[in-house]
Ligand binder design. Structure first.
Ligand code: HEC
Length: 172
């Protein structure tokens, strides 16, 4: 009997001490526990809603998409050498596999198109307004086969690529 009582006493003392330590840790030290840190799971919180009537005033894809091709002007000079140089890189990333290293449509992918993408150095393409080229590269050619690259190529790189293509001039 004494034995059972003393075991019970020991167990309850241990439990009491443990309880004291745990609550003391939380209440006295107040260092916080992992289970208390806020964890926001995906889709748990709604995405902040923009104030009604908010519209971007500059930049932004929506404005480009909404503008008429004729109204679109590049945000920097397309004659700029840095734009042309960056455009060459952009062309090699995003266009060369279709339009080819000679700009004639016989890229590694382009050559399997029937007919292949046209010549970017044709007088037709070279004399097209830059706004029209921007629209076609960004949103595709209606009823045509140019892919819409708006979600793939950054706005500046689209303009740079146009600067590069224009810098090539018509083929002699
Ligand atoms: C998946 C292949 C593909 C890629 C990538 C691609 N194009 Fe094209 N592009 C085409 C095809 C095909 C056409 C011909 C369009 C048609 O016949 O409707 C075309 C047409 C064009 C034209 C001519 C438009 C006209 O009205 O004649 C231009 C300019 C052009 N592409 C520029 C670009 C630039 C710049 C890039 C890279 C940013 C690019 N393309 C990436 C396939 C591609």
């Amino acid at each position: 009997m004494v034995r059972i009582l003393s075991v019970g006493l020991i167990v309850s003392t241990i439990a009491l001490v443990a309880w004291g330590v745990i609550t003391g840790y939380d209440e006295v030290l107040s260092v916080g526990r992992m289970w208390q840190t806020p964890a926001i799971k995906p889709h748990e919180n709604p995405i902040p809603v923009m104030a009604a009537g908010s519209v971007p005033v500059n930049g932004g894809e929506a404005l480009y998409r909404a503008a008429a091709a004729g109204e679109l002007t590049p945000p920097f000079s397309l004659a700029d050498t840095t734009a042309i140089a960056s455009g060459q890189t952009a062309y090699q990333y995003y266009c060369i596999h279709c339009h080819g290293k000679n700009f004639d449509g016989y890229g590694t992918v382009g050559q399997s198109f029937a007919p292949p993408p046209g010549d970017l150095r044709s007088t037709k393409v070279q004399s097209m307004p830059v706004g029209v080229l921007f629209k076609e590269i960004s949103y595709g050619i209606p009823g045509g086969r140019q892919p819409a690259l708006a979600t793939t190529v950054a706005v500046d790189d689209r303009w740079n690529a146009i600067a590069y293509v224009k810098s090539l001039g018509p083929r002699n």
